[in-house]
Design a protein around this ligand. Structure first.
Ligand code: PEP
Ligand code: MG
Length: 551
């Protein structure tokens, strides 16, 4: 039996073979080959598969995502066969008698560097397309087909960690659980696992060896253990847990359709966090009463160029319509820091978490902001959309955001395009600055939503991505909780509602504190809705205390 101790970040037991995710950015090894003709044949097959996939994607986009996206994939398909690009791969293969992977990787790097060095901004942006095309051919060469999982059966996905854009591409029906060498409870792998309601472990470290590929194993998301070939006693314990898990699931099913109300009548809005329109299914399956955080950046991370207004409109409309009149809070673009998007061509920063991210990008690039706001307002007539701005620190930022909204509404009026003029506008409370000026901010908006992941990071000066900060990164710290109370008091004084959309919202041990503070809404991963509902329904708000705010 091999036991690897990591940190459990999404509860539950999962059993399956370990499968290592090949990161698209993983380095490609050069190998000398005797059979260059054989490599050329492999290359031809990978090119054909890539073209077929890209044509499929283009066709799909024609139906669901609009003409521009479709054209992008068509262009990618053409580039797979581009004469100069293919010649460059062939030259490397022949001159260096190497494997096709190496030749594709090298040619891809050369071409993307060449485009990146051009003067024209449009041509520069094509560098990302070329990287994408080379990556696709590579995936087809190595067998890591689109989705990153080349396995017939579902697997326990192992990786160093997954970037946000990688999590979007995964074929989620193939994943039973996650185990990563790095990452933290706030990493995107952990967030994705909780959204999917599957077990996950992070910080497993170097003990997670690639040679375990294919070994039948168990993930225990509670203890944070990955167990390979369990001995009979451990196996019996795991089976017992597995059965209890199934029993609990049945019990939680009875919570569906029930109200989110405490025994003494305090109602809570129990909403869900989602990362893409596909996650709405999980929201509906778990009876979420709304969406409290739709991370709209998925659209930008998934694309290789700025998503158009129509593409965005389609995505927001789909979610709003699927939620059928229930509130859908859509957060405007929150990239920068750990979420990098090539085509934004952002300058390298020493401290990206303190740099040009989130609302700062939107205020610096009014055109990008305007496109998103137009799409949001256009979608507002298809459901109950609320717009939320991330990473606010100052009153002037909110005033500028409101001005941008007004200007978009005026444009739509002039064009005769319908929108909901009463669309709610809210902000995220994620910085100590926003807490300190919360009374003034509350006068300008309809709601606050506290991003406890970032609020913890900025209040405690602790990098949320670092996995070795251990107990220093503590969302239960009285400073974070007092900040939460200050924001709640300011919100209620101004007559607006306040929610929590950070990961802390799903922490059942914190529910009494949230009730004592008077939090109105909790937005959590879909899988956390029913356990939280069960806990809310057993609580008595009046007897909850603020003891956790004491040092
Ligand atoms: C947060 O910071 O708590 C939050 C919800 O936003 P994100 O995790 O996407 O930064
Ligand atoms: Mg945040």
């Amino acid at each position: 039996m091999i036991t690897i101790q990591g940190k459990g970040v999404s509860k539950g037991i999962a059993k399956g073979p370990i499968y290592f995710f090949r990161s698209p950015d993983a380095s490609v090894t050069k190998k000398t080959v005797a059979d260059v003709a054989g490599e050329k044949a492999r290359l031809a097959a990978a090119q054909a598969a890539s073209i077929a996939q890209l044509n499929d994607l283009a066709e799909k986009c024609q139906k669901d995502a609009g003409e521009d996206m479709a054209m992008l994939f068509e262009t990618h398909a053409m580039f797979v066969e581009d004469e100069d690009f293919v010649q460059s791969i062939m030259d490397i293969l022949e001159e260096e008698s190497c494997n096709a992977e190496y030749a594709v990787d090298e040619a891809g790097k050369q071409f993307s560097a060449m485009f990146a060095a051009m003067d024209d901004a449009y041509m520069q942006a094509r560098a990302a397309d070329i990287k994408d095309v080379a990556r696709r051919i590579l995936d087809n060469l190595t067998g890591a087909a689109a989705g990153g999982i080349d396995s017939e059966e579902p697997v326990l996905l192992a990786a160093d960690d997954l970037a946000p854009s990688e999590t979007l591409q995964l074929d989620k029906s193939k994943i039973l659980g996650f185990v990563t060498r790095g990452g933290s409870g706030n990493s995107h792998t952990a967030i994705l696992a909780r959204t999917m309601g599957i077990p996950a472990i992070c910080s497993a470290g170097e003990a997670l060896l690639e040679s375990y590929q294919g070994r039948m194993s168990y993930i225990d998301g509670e203890t944070g253990q990955l167990i390979i070939d369990p001995d009979p006693i451990t196996l019996a314990a795991l089976k017992e847990k597995f059965e209890k898990q199934a029993e609990l699931k049945t019990l939680l099913e009875t919570m569906k359709g029930q109200e989110d109300v405490t025994l003494d009548g305090k109602k809570i809005m129990l909403y869900c966090n989602i990362g893409s329109p596909e996650d709405v299914t999980a929201v509906l399956n778990n009876d979420g009463q709304g969406i409290g955080l739709f991370r709209s950046e998925f659209l930008y991370l998934r694309a290789s160029d700025y998503p158009t207004e129509d593409e965005q409109f389609e995505a927001y409309r789909t979610v709003a319509a699927a939620m059928n009149g229930k509130r859908v809070v859509i957060r405007t673009l929150d990239i920068g820091a750990d979420k990098q998007v090539d085509y934004f061509n952002m300058k390298k920063e020493e401290n990206p978490a303190l740099g040009v991210r989130a609302i700062r990008i939107c205020l610096n690039r009014p055109e990008v902001f305007r496109t998103q706001l137009r799409a949001l307002y256009r979608a507002s007539v298809y459901g109950k959309i609320a717009i939320m701005f991330p990473m606010i620190t100052s009153v002037w930022e909110v005033k500028e955001c409101r001005r941008a909204c007004k200007s978009v509404m005026k444009e739509l009026d002039a064009e005769g395009i319908p929108y909901d003029p009463d669309t709610e506008i809210g902000i995220m409370i994620e910085t100590p600055a926003s807490v300190l000026v919360a009374p003034e901010l509350a006068e300008l908006v309809d709601f606050f939503s506290v991003g406890t992941n970032d609020l913890t990071q900025y209040t405690l000066a602790c990098d949320r991505q670092a996995n070795d900060l251990g107990k220093f990164f503590d969302p239960h710290h009285p400073a974070v909780l007092r900040a939460l109370k200050m924001a709640a008091d300011a919100a209620h004084k101004a007559g607006i509602w306040i929610g929590i959309c950070g990961e802390l919202g799903a922490d059942l041990t914190m529910l009494p504190t949230f009730l004592a503070i008077g939090i109105d809404e909790l937005s959590v991963s879909p899988a956390s809705v029913l356990p939280l509902r069960a806990a809310i329904r057993q609580s008595i708000a009046k007897t909850c205390t603020l003891e956790k705010l004491e040092c």
